[in-house]
Design a protein around this ligand. Structure first.
Ligand code: ADP
Ligand code: SF4
Ligand code: MG
Length: 323
């Protein structure tokens, strides 16, 4: 069995607001094995980007990590000093942030943006060696060497996203977090970029945490999936099992909404509104929208249970199940 590379334990990330803390990530626990592809799926506002930033220790005020652990090879990233964390970023764990391709500097050539990214995290490599590394990195993300001298406006969306991926892998990280890496791209380009991400991951021997709202796309890429609802991870399992037999009523609705596994399917049409995180419903946060709600659901908070090996769910329908 593969070793667990990244373990997220009881992670809580809040935003301070005038009326109290907004629990954007609330007691989230999951792990990522070496070489594994794990998908984190959830509606907009469910806390995906907050979680991705927290793993990188990039949460800025009014956000803060309230508690929990992020263990990379057993060492807790939440305990590192800012200097220590700076060395870990990009070299060990890298993020392609949501909307990254729109934050490329419009007046800088691509090669300088890639080199700056590396220099920012490791100033031990001489400039000449960095210049040589650029075409090699571009090739890894299936871009030609001519892209090095181009500006962002000369590139298509898919090419820009590949540049962002090249920056993320420039120091050969062991964990690549990709936050909605293809959401701004059309379907054909999405598939191509995902194929490249897969190839890059395999050649580096890295693990990938893919964050997104497109269950169909995710199902084609990841090995295991976790479903986030209102800052809570409500179900975790292998993609095959979760799609074959979703356990949590929310996951059941999400999957029922998909046209088919092969087609692109986005979250849509689940009755009710996502809860306001500032004032979440009592008991199970999903209870106002749940078709299978029971009397205890608004009173008791369900806990994370492993209902069978590798299948985790947070729902009172399963709390009586003996392992
Ligand atoms: N800087 C911020 N200040 C206050 N609340 C925030 C901030 N950033 C995000 N949030 C809130 O945190 C929750 C999760 O947001 P986010 O992590 O962006 O979700 P997702 O990526 O799943 O769409 C949302 O309710 C959002 O409004
Ligand atoms: S705990 Fe109750 S309300 Fe929540 S998902 Fe399960 S059945 Fe539905
Ligand atoms: Mg997001």
């Amino acid at each position: 069995m593969k070793a667990e590379l990244l373990q997220v334990r009881n992670l809580r990330v809040y935003y301070q607001t005038a009326v109290g803390p907004l629990k954007a990530v609330d007691d989230v626990t999951f792990s990522l094995k070496s070489g594994e592809r794990f998908g984190l799926a959830g509606e907009s506002g469910s806390g995906k980007s907050t979680l991705a930033f927290a793993l990188m220790r990039l949460i800025k005020p009014p956000g803060y990590i309230e508690g929990g652990q992020v263990l990379l090879d057993g060492g807790d990233l939440t305990k590192l000093s800012e200097d220590e964390m700076h060395k870990v970023r990009l070299a060990q764990i890298a993020l392609v942030p949501q909307g990254a391709m729109n934050s490329l500097n419009p007046v800088m050539r691509i090669k300088d943006q890639i080199i700056d990214g590396i220099v920012d995290h490791s100033n031990e490599i001489p400039r000449s060696a960095l210049e040589e590394r650029v075409p090699e990195l571009l090739e890894r993300v299936e871009l030609g060497p001519e892209v090095a001298n181009m500006f962002p406006h000369e590139l298509s969306g898919g090419m820009k996203q590949r540049v962002c991926l090249a920056i993320a892998i420039s120091l050969s990280p062991r964990v690549i977090i990709a936050d909605e890496p293809t959401s701004a791209l059309d379907v054909v380009v999405q598939r191509q970029v995902m194929l490249t991400l897969g190839q890059v991951q395999e050649s580096l021997g890295a693990s990938v945490l893919l964050v997104g709202h497109d269950m169909g796309l995710m199902a084609q890429f990841v090995d295991r999936i976790g479903v986030l609802y209102a800052g809570k991870l409500v179900e975790v399992g292998s993609v095959r099992e979760v799609f074959k037999e979703p356990l949590h009523p929310y996951t059941q609705l999400l999957i029922a909404c998909l046209p088919s596994l092969e087609e692109k399917g986005e979250f849509k049409g689940i009755p009710g509104l996502p809860p306001l995180l500032l004032n979440p419903p009592s008991g199970c946060v999903f209870h106002p929208r749940c078709p299978q709600v029971m009397s205890r659901c608004s009173l008791e908070v369900p806990s994370l249970e492993e209902v069978c090996p590798g299948r985790w769910v947070v729902c009172h329908l399963y709390t009586e199940v003996k392992r």
